[in-house]
Design a protein around this ligand. Structure first.
Ligand SMILES: C[S@@+](CC[C@H](N)C(=O)[O-])C[C@H]1O[C@@H](n2cnc3c(N)ncnc32)[C@H](O)[C@@H]1O
Length: 189
């Protein structure tokens, strides 16, 4: 049983996608094939499929992937869901866009594994492919993220480097929080 299986008993646990992320992808062309690594219940996948992107969502929570499928089937959206480990995923050549939202934390014990994954994606994504990463904007995280791209030795255009506010609400307890997030979107030259 994956860590998030229990958490996902709560519907739409993470709420709405960031309006800035949706706005960026609404205006971006072409609307290609996007892989959402760690898609969870499909907070971003579903909204992006509604915009016309062809989505593959990968998560190790079967509960999350089942919910993604249920919603996308109801609406007839172009969504494929795969239960799997994003660190084993290797088919970057099949996608125009790679999205990772709230997947990196850069804690001491994780930093090498996480920056190695950024390096792998940077190297394997196709030319003109987009990488969109959203992380909590605290401490050195934004710098670590940018350094990981710089250290890959691959040239990218930076299309977006912004600060967002993530509004979270626990529907059961009414608890609300606002967290600063960084959205970083690059395109391989
Ligand atoms: C904080 S949630 C973010 C979910 C989604 N990206 C969003 O922003 O709504 C982290 C997600 O990553 C998944 N996850 C964590 N490690 C994973 C791994 N190694 N492979 C696949 N999924 C993973 C969890 O099951 C969970 O759904």
């Amino acid at each position: 049983m994956a860590d998030y299986d229990t958490h996902y008993q709560t519907e739409d646990l993470f709420g709405e996608p960031y309006p800035e992320l949706i706005d960026f992808f609404k205006h971006y062309e072409p609307k290609g094939k996007l892989v959402d690594l760690g898609c969870g219940q499909g907070r971003n996948s579903i909204s992006l499929a509604r915009l016309g992107y062809k989505i593959t969502g990968i998560d190790n929570s079967k509960v999350g992937i089942d919910q993604l499928y249920t919603t996308s089937k109801k609406e007839g959206l172009y969504v494929t869901g795969l239960v799997g480990d994003i660190y084993s995923f290797d088919s970057y050549q099949d996608f125009d866009i790679v999205l990772l939202d709230s997947m990196f934390h850069f804690e001491k014990r994780d930093i090498k594994r996480e920056t190695n994954l950024i390096d792998k994606i940077a190297k394997r994504i196709i030319r003109n492919g987009l990488i969109c990463i959203c992380i909590q904007d605290t401490g050195q995280k934004r710098k670590i993220l940018k350094d990981a791209f710089a250290n890959s030795g691959i040239d990218f255009d930076i299309l977006n480097d912004s600060t967002l506010t993530y509004n979270y609400e626990d529907k059961e307890s009414g608890y609300k929080s606002k967290t600063k997030y960084c959205m970083y979107i690059v395109r391989k030259k």
